[in-house]
Write a protein that binds this ligand. Sequence first.
Ligand SMILES: [Zn+2]
Length: 108
Amino acid sequence: MSVPRDFSLLLDELREEVAQAGNDQKKIVDSLKVLHSLAGDCVIEAAHLCELKCVTKCVGATGRQIYEVSGPNKGYSTLYKLYPRINYCVCSVFQKKVVTRRQQLTVS
Ligand SMILES: [Zn+2]
């Protein structure tokens, strides 16, 4: 499932709002609420993974970025690599809820 262009534009706008919010927690929370209304509970799950420090942004020498996401259980060794602007994940939740059942637009 590809992300509709309008949805991508909204995400870009929200990303810009958060970047400009700096340390203004209210603005960040307001942007996350908008994102939650668009994408659903996977936003809460994603924020939780960020709080648990399971997400690492990796920037290569060329400036190319990927995000590595590990499971919240430190003993769980699976590490997922996510590419910005590509709505795809190899995890079983993505395969089940997005690809097969088409219940969600994306997952955390
Ligand atoms: Zn996934």
